[in-house]
Every structure is written in C-alpha cells, then in structure tokens.
Design a protein around this ligand. Structure first.
Ligand code: AMP
Ligand code: MG
Length: 417
C-alpha cells in the first residue's frame, strides 16, 4: 500500500505543477466565488435559499390581544367559584364583538377571537358549567388568564430574520405572519454537470459491454446540487474524444453559473479536461490538492462561470463535491453556513495517515459517554460507493498525522445518525 502511494505521489509531483493544501484549496474556492444577484421570490419558491437582506417586523404580532382558548371573556375580579355570569355576545376568530364586558357579564369567545373591551381574562369552557345564555364558573381566574397579548411574538421594527439565514418552514411561517408574500434572496446558481469517459453508459438504457460501466457521478452530482439548493442539469456523458468533450464543455460554459465535470482531469493520456478548459479560456486557479480522495481536483473560472473538474473515481467526485463545490454553491446562494455541520469525533484505535495528504475518512458515528465514536466504514477505496452509503460523516485526518485512540478530530456530518 505504502509504496503505491509513494509512486503515485512522486509521479504526481512531476506532473502536477503544484499540489496545494486542502485548507488553501477551500479558501481559494470561497475567495473566488461571490453571492449571486438578489431577486424577490414568492414564499414557496424562496424555501431553501438564504435571505439576501435582514427582515424586520412590519407590525406588532399578533396584531391584537386575543384568546388562547375557547371559553368566556370576563373581568378577572368578578370571578369566584360558583358565580353565575350572563353571556351578552360572542367573539369568534375574525369577528370581534362590538360590546364590552361589564360586571357579572361574559362574552363567548373562541381561540384567536379579539378580547372585548372591559374583559381582562378568559375562562376555559371546561372550567364552567358549559355553553349557554348563562353559566356558572367553577373557579377563580387571575387577570391575564388565557390572553395572548399583541406583540408577544414580535414587535414592529424587530429584526426578525438575519441576512444569510436559510429560509425553512419556520422562517416562511414568520415572514407570512408579517404579510410578506415575497422574500429577498440570492438567485439559485445554475449548475451544469458533465461526466466524461468513453466507458460510460446511461443507466437504464442498455446492458453493459465489456469494459463499460454505468455513469453514476453525474446523477450523484445533480442530487448533491439539489441537496444544496442549487439548480442542476446534466449533459449526457461525454466520451474522451477531444472534439466531443470540447463541444459539451462549450455548451455547459454558455448556460451555467457553475460547471462541474467528473473524470479526465488527472495525468493520463486520455485526461483532456484541463487542456480543453484552458483552450476555452478558463483560467486555472488550482489543479492538484493534497487531499485524498481527490488529488487531481481542478478549479478555474471564466468571467462569471466557476469550473470544477472533479476526479472520476465516484468517491473522489462525491467527496470533492461535498468539501469544495457545496461550500461554493452555499456562498453563491448567500448562505452563512457554507460547510455542512462539523462535530468532534474520536476513534477507539490509533489512526495514522502517511499519505502526505489530508485524508477524508468515511466513518459511521456512535454516541457514547465519551462523545462521538467514529468507526471507519471499512475499505476506503475511491471507487467504493458503498463507503459513502454506509457513512454518517467524513473525518478529516490531517496530512502526516498520527491520531491516538481517544484524541479528537473534526468530522463533517453527512446525515442524521
Ligand atoms: P478518470 O478520472 O477519468 O481517470 O476516472 C477514474 C475512474 O473513475 C475510472 O475507473 C472511471 O471509469 C471511473 N469513472 C469516471 N467517470 C465516472 C462516472 N461518471 N461514473 C462512475 N465512474 C466513473
Ligand atoms: Mg476517464
């Protein structure tokens, strides 16, 4: 194992101009991407995007004092067990009563109904003799009982939601409660995804011939884009023929904010992606990262288009997407949380990394009394897609490090565990 890694490394050193550190690559990606233009979108379309501006409360909410229960609005000081009340009107939600509550009087009220003048408490119907023209109260109720005061949720002018916040169901509810029909967001980036490789066949289309495999990367990457909230479209996989590749990349560059390719970006003779891109005027920011799996990662830009050339090995492509493409998409959407959540984890055995590159180890996580215990999902080969279907997180083991059993390292959480 070690000798293969060394050979690969020394080979790489000759052919890659310069391998940069993982953190440097992440920094360069983020520094070279910026939030998309702002637009206003209807509430339902804004879901999953980030707020482009702070949102203030337009008025006190709830806008009026109202009842928290079904019952009777009364004067608290009139209440005492056994007392009889006369019902003078009713105040269902949406139809305030014009009458006011005097001594010994009550107004029938339902949840959300406006508290009538004169009343300062609501007694639940369960604490009375029941519905009718008169009723007997079962107990004394304090002033303010079951009253929801105007402004107790938000006050006019309050900063309700900060720019950068992801708009989820609860943010939609808060905005709607304040009458916002649209919200200011950053446009979703349009991603074009392209797999390269003469060996690739569309899944579901036909059987494989010898030497062929089904294209999985482009489907994975579209799913990863959607997961991040970006729009994505895949172009039918391109062969390793230079002309076919060039046409496909040209088409992608014309319509996309972000182009993501997989395969053909390493140092083999059929690896034409990088030279094709440079020919088409894409400026290289970096090519080659001290990262495993995913050393040949390419990142470049042409005007407003960002270009990621991910390696072809499925795990490399998907892990590089998580760690480099996803943060860029998040930043473009104005999200303040570029990365997935991270946690501190430990192993119950010593872990060593002699690859000289940051190793993204796929792990399962288990909650223990000593914190989160990470366990390797098993073989970590860059072609083993099951290493990702089994993983809860990606533990980052720094270059050349020896992590002792019990020592903590950072892990990027991929799913609930
Ligand atoms: P490459 O980076 O093009 O040299 O590809 C590295 C490995 O990943 C090869 O075994 C390819 O067959 C495989 N591979 C490349 N593209 C895909 C893809 N879209 N889906 C699945 N495997 C792929
Ligand atoms: Mg290839």
């Amino acid at each position: 194992m070690v000798s293969i890694v060394k050979a690969e490394e020394s080979n790489g050193m000759q052919l890659f101009e310069k391998l940069i550190e993982y953190a440097e690559a992440e920094r360069l990606v983020l520094e070279n991407t910026s939030p998309m233009l702002k637009e206003s979108l209807p509430l339902m379309e804004a879901r999953g995007l980030a707020l482009a501006e702070d949102i203030e409360a337009r008025f006190d909410s709830p806008p009026f004092d109202n009842s928290a229960v079904d019952g009777y609005a009364v004067r608290g000081r009139d209440t005492e067990a056994g007392k009889i009340f006369e019902v003078v009107d009713e105040a269902p939600a949406g139809r305030p009563s014009a009458k006011s509550v005097g001594e010994g009087e009550a107004i029938k009220i339902f949840t959300g109904g406006v508290i009538p003048d004169g009343a300062d408490a609501v007694v639940m119907v369960e604490d009375t003799s029941g519905w009718g023209g008169t009723f007997e109260i079962g107990k004394e109720v304090p002033v303010e009982n079951n009253i929801r005061r105007s402004g107790e949720d938000v006050r006019e002018g309050d900063l309700m939601l900060r720019a950068g916040t992801e708009i989820g169901p609860y943010e939609v509810a808060l905005a709607a409660s304040q009458g916002y029909g649209e919200l200011p967001v950053h446009r979703r980036p349009k991603v074009v995804v392209l797999s390269t490789g003469t060996e690739l066949v569309e899944p579901g289309e036909r059987e494989l011939s010898p030497g062929e495999i089904f294209d999985s990367n482009s489907f994975a990457m579209v799913a990863q884009c959607h997961d991040a909230g970006a729009e994505a479209r895949r172009i039918h996989a391109a062969s390793d023929d230079a002309e076919v590749l060039r046409k496909a990349v040209e088409e992608a560059l014309e319509t996309a904010d972000v182009v993501v390719t997989s395969g053909g970006v390493s140092v083999g003779e059929k690896d034409l992606v990088k030279s094709t891109l440079l020919d088409l005027g894409v400026e290289q920011v970096f090519w080659g990262v001290k990262f495993k799996p995913g050393k040949p990662l390419f990142f470049g830009m042409r005007e407003d288009v960002r270009f990621f050339g991910l390696p072809g090995n499925p795990v490399s492509a998907m892990v590089c997407f998580e760690l480099f493409v996803r943060p860029a998409l998040m930043k473009m959407m104005g999200r303040s949380d570029h990365r997935r959540p991270t946690v501190e984890v430990h192993f119950d055995e010593d872990i060593s990394n002699r690859f000289g590159r940051m190793h993204a180890v796929r792990v399962s996580l288990e909650k223990t009394e000593d914190g989160l215990l990470a366990k390797s999902v098993g073989a970590q080969g860059s072609g083993l897609i099951t290493s990702l279907t089994k993983a809860d997180a990606i533990a980052l083991i720094g270059p050349e490090s020896e992590v002792k059993a019990g020592e903590t390292v950072e892990a990027i959480v991929l799913r609930d565990f």
